[in-house]
Design a protein around this ligand. Structure first.
Ligand code: 13P
Length: 232
């Protein structure tokens, strides 16, 4: 069993959701499939697909216009939430401390956070990938509770470029060791960044990779289903 998590980002309509969920319902798979939708598409889950969100407030309720709390997500039957995606870190100035607070808020409400980390092109080119991801990881994860970590090199997102298998293996080894050092060897680890039906099986077979976080290719069944099938 691998996790195959789709992240729709700010894409998709109600009818796109309907179409994908219908095809997922008819799919027999041992994988754990999750679809992280924009907030507005989360309500209603006739097909019983495991729902994820793409952000959560660190606060329980109150004067936070435009934010959504863990309690609200729980009400909408959301089981997972992406926190600290590089697009939120970059576009909304989310720091490791904010990401940790959001992950803690999710856990408090019974939702499993998928905590994202990953280096920039510049950090990669200067040979700092392992140092950067270790620091991001240790500063972003909550003190306790169930969570998942997603390694998404920023330069691999939406670019069609992916790290070599050796680079992925090395990053996952660094992450596993860092989690081991804080006594969390139980954490599932996902790879994200330009995953498609051609590279999914190979990436998912790399040591310590428990699943995939898929952006663009998760929007339509003709690109998402072949990924799910290929890693079984
Ligand atoms: P792409 O699969 O479109 O590269 O996006 C990856 C991602 O950011 C998933 O969270």
């Amino acid at each position: 069993m691998k996790f195959i998590v789709g992240n729709w980002k700010m894409n998709g309509t109600l009818s796109d959701k309907e179409a994908l969920f219908k095809s997922l319902k008819n799919l027999h798979t041992d994988n754990k499939v999750v679809v992280c939708l924009p907030f507005i598409l989360l309500g209603g889950n006739d097909y019983g697909i495991t729902l994820g969100a793409q952000d959560v407030s660190e606060h329980d309720n109150g004067a936070f216009t435009g934010d959504i709390s863990g309690q609200m997500l729980k009400d909408a039957d959301v089981k997972y939430v992406v926190v600290g995606h590089s697009e939120r870190r970059a576009n909304h100035n989310e720091t490791n401390a904010i990401v940790k607070a959001k992950a803690t808020a999710a856990i408090k409400n019974g939702i499993i956070p998928i905590i994202c980390i990953g280096e920039t092109t510049e950090e990669k080119n200067s040979g700092r990938t392992m140092t950067v991801i270790k620091k991001m990881l240790l500063e972003s994860v909550p003190a306790k509770g169930e969570y998942i970590v997603a390694y998404e090199p920023r330069w691999a997102i939406g670019s069609g470029k992916i790290p070599t298998s050796d680079e992925i293996a090395m990053a996952f080894e660094t992450i596993s060791k860092a989690l081991h050092s804080i006594k969390r060897s139980d954490i599932a680890l996902l790879y994200g960044g330009s995953v498609n039906a051609k590279n999914a099986a190979q990436i998912a077979s790399i040591k310590n990779v428990d699943g995939l976080l898929v952006g663009g290719a998760s929007l339509k069944s003709d690109t998402f289903l072949p990924i799910i099938k290929s890693v079984e």
